[in-house]
Design a protein. Sequence first.
Length: 237
Amino acid sequence: MPSAPELPTTAVLLIEPKKSLVLTLQDLLMGHFQTALDLAIAGSLHEGMTHLSTHPVALTLMNLSLPDYRGLDAVRAVRLAVPDTALIVYSATPSIPLLLDAVRAGAHGVLSLTDTPADTFHLAVECAMIRAPQPAMQTGPSSSEQSRTGSATMLKLVHDLNNTIMSINGFADLLLNRLSTDEPARVCSEQIQKAGTRAAALIKSLSLCPDIAPSVMPACNTDSVCSAQPAPILSSN
């Protein structure tokens, strides 16, 4: 009789420092995946991250209380390192707020190991592995629309900053022309002028940024910032 085809194995990483919990979870995993399980065990987040950096893993189970990391920092570290890997976190003691925070931090599933029947474990694993590869649903504007809107907003900001610096530097020039060289206020005015010149250079660099589309609105003339006269001040009378 022809032999039955071998089932593809699922690579699973268990990050758990306590041997008793390792045995419990190993039994649950064996019951779920049966012979199609390729299980690796790490005793700390550092060991787990080392394994993840060198081995493709479909599912990671991790205790929220580890010897080197605790709580949400561990969740964020794993999700950042392997965003396509399903992640289930668990707590040996029931803590609903902590488990909910773990979901908010990026976990695909949570478990409380105080009393976890096999069917609950199976459901958590299947849900996590379904959720992991799903791209986030786009509910807002497309990336191209966001890019165009952002470019227009940035260029408008550059334009407004340019006008503001023109006014500041113009007033600084007027003050320097009216103050004698020995007046203490002249030092402050010179510092204002230097700061304005530096700001003008930064605005010019910003206006040349490739992320800002020059066709959205006319580019501002930053070359004339330091020599421009200030805008007139209207009297309130």
